[in-house]
Design a protein around this ligand. Structure first.
Ligand SMILES: [Zn+2]
Length: 448
């Protein structure tokens, strides 16, 4: 009976739950191709007296997107006009704030669900449990720690046979509102273990996927505030909670592109690794960092593959050409799926540098190929709420990119297996990778 009451209350909670009201909020678009405008945008906080919530940018249109609080709309307009900046203010897409939480309490979560809808954290965990039961030799679940509210941060280890194979590490959703990243990670796990074509690759490279690195934030974004980005840490005597976990990593922490104010969307936390989620992830990575050769943090949106360093501008690792080459091979693999274009750029060289991000930290620990991928879309009207009928395509595209990285890690660091033959999808990506081994241009980037 107690259980039934509990289930009932969850269902009612889901039905009655209403999102935070964002009526009157606007999306601001500024074209920053002109250097004068770019400078203005870079000093937005000085010009306005506060930093508006940066959503992303459209690299094709050289357009920066901000979410403007309804109480600030007039002030922002006046300031833009006074500085002779042309801009567009758009209404927020009402679809974003439509609560779409369908739930089948009896049904098992299948790949069909991953391809077609956004799942709750519990559903994600249910899916991982069923995958690990279905493929007990290939999939091991590893608890890395707990979130602030006590949810498990779970890593999925694929192809862990106890050997010293190189590892590719993928983590998703450190920013709660970037929902597509969770589905991409779950799709990756399912596809690579269920299709025999990837057996050969997994014999040489181990994959570790952390499909939900910010479960508290994600659940909050699903049920209370669709635009929530941060963790859900609470602070004494503060009206604001949460830190930007992707500003909380211990590398040039708190220096650029962050805020030390708890109410900011880019609050970097009281100290490096103050967030339990970040502490769990950094501890886990450090335990096997000499074996990890590839790292990708999945974010949205913007269709970009970002490489370090991101904590400052015009500063690159000594092997940056390798990062660019593999980044461009990943972009080509994505484009081959359905002609979706991703830009390969340095994290710090765009609008803003951002210190304390996970890709910078991973690179600083010696992980050779370290990236942040901003998944689809590129357009701010859809932004973080990629329609569910587009989930599958983004998953398939990102899968190809991750496969390219795994093949590169295999060829550079993998244990040689003389007997295995290369299966067709791998062979395709190998060819692609070879074709892409040309000198790449440095594009125009941004802080994420
Ligand atoms: Zn993000």
């Amino acid at each position: 009976m107690l259980f039934r009451l509990l289930v009932l209350s969850i269902v009612i909670g889901e039905v009655l739950g209403e999102y935070k009201n964002y009526d009157g909020f606007k999306i601001l678009e500024v074209n920053f191709e002109n250097p004068r405008v770019k400078k203005y945008v870079q000093e937005f906080d000085k010009n306005l007296g506060f930093m508006p919530d940066f959503l992303g940018e459209n690299w094709k249109k050289k357009q920066a997107h901000y979410f403007i609080n309804k109480d600030s709309v007039e002030k922002v307009k006046t300031n833009l006009v006074a500085n002779n900046i042309t801009y567009q203010m758009r209404d927020v897409n009402p679809q974003i704030f439509k609560v779409r939480r369908r739930r089948d309490l009896n049904g098992a979560i299948t790949i069909n669900d991953i391809n077609n809808r956004y799942l709750s954290y519990d559903e994600q965990m249910q899916f991982l449990n069923s995958i690990s039961q279905q493929y007990p030799n290939d999939v091991k679940l590893q608890k890395l720690g707990n979130s602030f509210e006590g949810r498990s941060i779970t890593a999925v280890r694929i192809g862990d046979d106890g050997s010293n194979k190189p590892i590719v590490w993928i983590d998703a959703g450190i920013h709660a509102r970037e929902w597509i990243s969770y589905n991409v990670a779950l799709y990756l796990i399912y596809t690579i273990v269920s299709q025999p074509a990837y057996r050969d690759l997994l014999n040489s490279v181990q994959l570790v996927v952390v499909p939900n690195t910010n479960p508290d934030g994600y659940e909050f974004s699903r049920t209370v505030d669709r635009m929530w980005r941060k963790t859900r840490s609470r602070f004494t005597n503060s009206r604001c909670g949460g830190a930007d976990a992707n500003r909380n990593y211990p590398f040039f922490w708190g220096t650029q592109g962050v805020s030390h104010s708890q109410c900011s969307e880019v609050y970097c936390g009281a100290r490096p690794q103050s967030e339990p989620e970040v502490l769990a992830l950094t501890n886990a990575i450090q335990r096997e960092e000499t074996r990890i050769k590839g790292y990708i943090a999945l974010h949205s949106y913007g269709q970009e593959i970002l490489y370090p360093w991101g904590h400052t501008q015009r500063t690159y690792p000594s092997d940056v050409e390798d990062l660019i080459k593999v980044g461009r091979a990943m972009a080509s693999a994505i484009q081959a799926v359905n002609n979706t274009e991703y830009n390969v750029v340095n994290s710090g060289d765009g609008l803003y540098p951002a210190a304390g991000a996970s890709d910078d930290w991973a690179k600083s620990r010696g992980i050779k190929y370290s990236y942040t991928i901003e998944l689809s879309p590129i357009d701010d009207y859809i932004g973080f709420s990629l329609p569910e009928d587009r989930i599958n395509q983004v998953c398939r595209e990102a899968f190809q990119a991750i496969q390219v990285l795994m093949i590169e890690v295999k060829s550079k660091f993998g244990i040689k297996h003389s007997t295995s033959s290369v299966s067709s999808p791998s062979a395709q990506s190998s060819l692609l990778l070879k074709r892409m081994r040309t000198t790449a241009n440095r594009g125009f980037g941004r802080g994420k």
